[in-house]
Design a protein around this ligand. Structure first.
Ligand code: ADP
Length: 391
């Protein structure tokens, strides 16, 4: 049995991108007088922009301190770098309708669900280049792509400038909602010198578990980091997914080496570009390694199976500051009697059990059982109950 490193011996977590963890949470009544907000223009954020606000203000998107200005926007879209050359793959922008854009000047109070949630100091207002953004970031202009659809549905003008957030919205997952600084604290306290983060937006299945456990043979800790921001309508809702992670972690994972924490961002389905964003952001959470498997953050057949791995070749290891662990498609082989990949299994596809997310959802809707080789029964039970409730 291996032992974990001694937490009392000092070691350094990886530096956030840009060197400093951005922190722009300002509490009303503590850090500022709420009376200062009286009479300022209000801008109601949608769920996606609210998630971006949290990511920015808590440092998950360090070195960004706010929504991107035009020079950074174009540079990110066209060359996957901020204007100063720092790697950044997906533009973080704040869209508003053209006929409202002029009303937002100076300090603007951001609201969500009718509550004041933060501020934006408007420094720039500029036109979104939607067709260019779709082509470059999503590699398609097809409005059937959920990320492209969201892009086309939003306002045509982007506001830019530094933000503040009044409170980290932990409501939905109070036990698992941690800022990058808080995840860093846990990693330090547990003495993990190496930590792998796992991004996921799907119910956990045996292939995921296999990737986790193979990696845990090599690194000290696993940050299981499900995305809980907006996802497309037919994805399994975050509360159900988180419940499935809880039951699985409880029974099948080494507690001292695992941390379940939610990742509040919205899903963009930008495949390769989003894989880079996911990795850079996880570096800000203090992890050293990041898993990228098959069709990471993809949807439909817009991206090649391993495009999200190849795209990392555009950056040096030093620039990324996080090690990418690339896994081939993993599945159960009936003849091997275990989880395998094309790298480890000599048998043909007729020996393999492969279920797509769509197939899984179909089975769940029809009230059918999922095979144990695909999903642990405890997880299948959580999913089955959730789908039964949905009717
Ligand atoms: P995402 O949409 O962010 O890729 P998923 O939950 O579908 O979320 O996948 C989480 C991670 O696991 C991704 O890196 C993905 O590439 C990887 N992955 C999922 N299923 C498999 C599999 N069967 N084989 C290899 N990698 C996989």
């Amino acid at each position: 049995m291996t032992t974990l490193p001694n937490p009392s011996s000092p070691f350094l977590l990886p530096a956030p991108l840009g060197g400093t963890l951005v922190h722009r949470v300002r509490r009303a009544g503590h850090d500022f007088d709420p009376a200062e907000l009286r009479g300022l223009p209000r801008l109601a954020l949608g769920d996606r922009s609210y998630a971006d606000l949290e990511m920015l203000a808590t440092g998950a998107y360090s070195p960004l301190t706010g929504f991107l200005g035009e020079a950074d926007y174009l540079s990110v879209v066209e060359r996957m770098r901020l204007a100063d050359g720092t790697p950044w793959s997906v533009p973080i922008t704040l869209p508003v309708a053209r006929d409202e854009a002029e009303t937002y000047t100076g300090r603007v109070v951001l609201t969500h669900g009718g509550e004041d949630v933060g501020t934006l100091d408007v420094q720039e207002r500029y036109d979104a280049r939607k067709a260019l953004e779709a082509r470059e970031v999503y590699r398609t202009e097809d409005p059937a792509h959920p990320g492209v659809a969201a892009l086309y549905a939003q306002g045509d003008v982007y506001l830019a400038g530094p933000v503040t957030l009044f409170e980290v919205p932990r409501g939905a997952f109070p036990l698992h909602h941690r800022t990058p600084a808080e995840v860093r604290e846990v990693i330090e306290a547990r003495g993990w010198r190496t930590t792998v983060a796992f991004q996921t937006r799907n119910p956990i299945h045996r292939a995921h578990e296999y990737l986790h456990k193979v990696t845990l043979e090599l690194v000290d800790g696993l940050l299981l980091h499900p995305l809980v921001g907006t996802t497309k309508g037919d994805d399994v809702p975050a509360p159900t997914r988180v419940q499935a992670y809880e039951v699985l972690l409880d029974r099948y994972y080494p507690q001292a080496r695992t941390l379940l924490s939610v990742y509040p961002a919205a899903m963009r389905y930008a495949g390769p570009r989003e894989a880079i964003l996911h990795a850079l952001s996880r570096r800000n959470y203090g992890v050293t390694h990041f898993i990228v498997g098959r069709d990471h953050a993809g949807v439909g057949s817009y991206y090649g199976t391993y495009d999200a791995q190849e795209i990392f070749g555009n950056f040096t290891q030093e620039e990324l500051g996080i090690q990418i662990l690339k896994f081939e498609h993993t599945f159960y082989c009936k003849t091997c009697g275990q989880l395998v990949s094309p790298r480890t299994c000599p048998h043909g596809s007729e020996h393999h059990l492969v279920l797509s997310g769509t197939k899984v959802r179909e089975k769940l809707r029809a009230g059918e059982n999922l095979p144990g080789e695909f999903t642990r029964p405890e997880v299948a039970e959580v999913l089955r109950k959730a789908y039964a409730r949905e009717g």
